[in-house]
Design a protein around this ligand. Structure first.
Ligand code: ADP
Ligand code: ASP
Ligand code: MG
Length: 415
């Protein structure tokens, strides 16, 4: 069995969906297809949730999403009504869920609709092409805890619920949603932004699939984001460990949780171009690759927080304990850290509400300073030449080098 995953970019309009359908028509079964929301739908749904929670009018973004999806359906189907009706039922679901008093819960009930819409359109279009297809609701199989916006997988229940798919996929292409699941009460949950890659890995590992392929708008995994470094090169293969570290440092081409379940089960992950499927792409698997080139990752929207002791004593283990307990309880991950005699500094993703709560808490014990809008540049497998080049970067606030990895936290200069 193979598991394919298509992201928002590959199906941003009707021609993208036709292209995905053509690609699927040529693939032997058994096949499970995991779909993300169309284009930027998730961002728009986030806006709906944000407005609804603040009792503001969510109609403008909602109308935009409706218009976009309806236009695609009218473009794809000679008789659009049956598909339009299915989409309307999902939009009604949004209307029924605008009232939840918990912001994260409200968010998940609204935002999960993007994947439901996209998978319905693709599934109906495959059926129109006379392909055997079954639409599957991921909320009935991907079981999570109730941590809304970041559901943790209940692996045992998920595996049990997914088991029948093995047989069903013999006779039909199974089309399902990435990124979404449900808790044991049946309320929708999401797995964290960009989480559809992770869904593909969950399904593959639970069903012992032969491989996972994620189809992207790039020719494979590269040694840097080609949008940032035009000369980036494509890897033909990468060990699981190297790929996992890349995603940890912030390479957004693969969701960070994707690699672990695949590595544990020994399932290869192919990253291929949907623009040019003939290209070989990258395979991430159990292998050794010598002399990897420097691998550069830019992680934006970083916040540097410094906690300074106020009584002229030095930073102690007790001070560090306070800081780490606050981080662990706030579910906040440190991206890089450094200490001096009287202060401890660390860099985290700037998720505003969460970080401001952390800063308030730390301010009870320390003098706290912080900067936002920073970029963390990580160069793995660096050599002297590239280290020297990047050390010329203006406004370096923090630098750290291990034997293999150089990290520079910088304040980008305004254009
Ligand atoms: P999806 O369609 O699955 O949501 P994304 O847009 O999240 O895909 O991921 C693909 C993008 O990842 C590419 O367009 C590219 O700009 C970016 N990217 C970041 N780092 C890398 C890398 N190391 N190799 C390839 N692409 C990368
Ligand atoms: N649609 C979701 C997002 O934009 C999940 C994903 O694309 O993987 O975050
Ligand atoms: Mg994405």
């Amino acid at each position: 069995m193979r598991v394919f995953k298509f992201g928002g970019a590959s199906q941003k309009d009707a021609s993208g969906i036709r292209h995905v359908a053509n690609l699927l028509a040529a693939v032997p079964r058994p096949l499970v297809v995991v779909i993300s929301a169309i284009g930027k739908t998730t961002n728009a749904l986030e806006e709906v949730a944000h407005l609804a929670f603040r009792k503001a009018d969510p109609t403008p973004p909602l109308l935009r999403i409706k218009a976009e999806h309806t236009a695609i359906v009218h473009d794809l189907f000679p008789h659009p009504q049956p598909t339009v009706q299915k989409l309307t039922a999902f939009f009604d679901q949004i209307d029924r869920n605008l009232h939840w008093p918990d912001e994260d819960m409200l968010y998940d009930q609204i935002v999960c609709v993007g994947e439901l819409l996209a998978s319905t359109i693709l599934s109906d279009y495959l059926a129109l092409q006379q392909l055997p297809v079954l639409w599957k609701d991921a909320r009935q199989v991907i079981c999570t805890d109730s941590r809304y916006r970041e559901g943790r997988i209940r692996w045992d229940v998920t595996q049990e619920r997914l088991a029948p798919w093995k047989g069903e996929a013999q006779d039909a292409i199974l089309v399902t949603q990435g990124f979404i699941g449900a808790n044991e009460q049946g309320h929708g949950t999401t797995l964290g932004r960009e989480g559809s890659d992770f869904t593909a890995a969950i399904i593959a590992s639970c069903l012992a699939a032969d491989s996972v392929t994620i189809w992207k708008d790039v020719p494979g995994v590269m040694n840097a984001d080609p949008r940032k470094i035009a000369t980036a090169i494509v890897f033909d293969q990468l060990p699981y460990q190297e790929a996992a570290e890349m995603t940890y440092f912030g390479a957004s081409v693969i969701h960070p949780k994707t690699i672990k379940p695949l590595a544990n089960a020994g399932i290869p992950l192919y990253v291929k171009s949907f623009v040019d499927p003939g290209l070989p792409g990258t395979v991430i698997h159990d292998c050794k690759v010598r002399n990897l080139p420097p691998l550069i990752v830019f992680k934006e929207n970083q916040c540097l927080i410094s906690c300074k002791v106020t009584d002229y004593t030095f930073i102690s283990e007790e001070n560090l304990r306070l800081i780490f307990v606050a981080l662990a309880e706030g579910d906040i991950k440190i991206n890089v850290m450094q200490n001096s005699a009287i202060s401890f500094s660390f860099c985290v993703d700037f998720r505003e509400n969460r970080i401001m709560r952390l800063i308030d808490r730390l301010s009870e014990s320390f003098e706290v300073y912080y900067n936002t809008g920073l970029t963390l540049i990580t160069i793995k497998n660096y050599d002297e030449a590239i280290a020297q080049q990047y050390r010329q970067t203006k406004n370096i606030l923090m630098e750290q080098a291990s034997r293999s990895t150089l990290q520079l936290l910088v304040r980008p200069t305004p254009l």
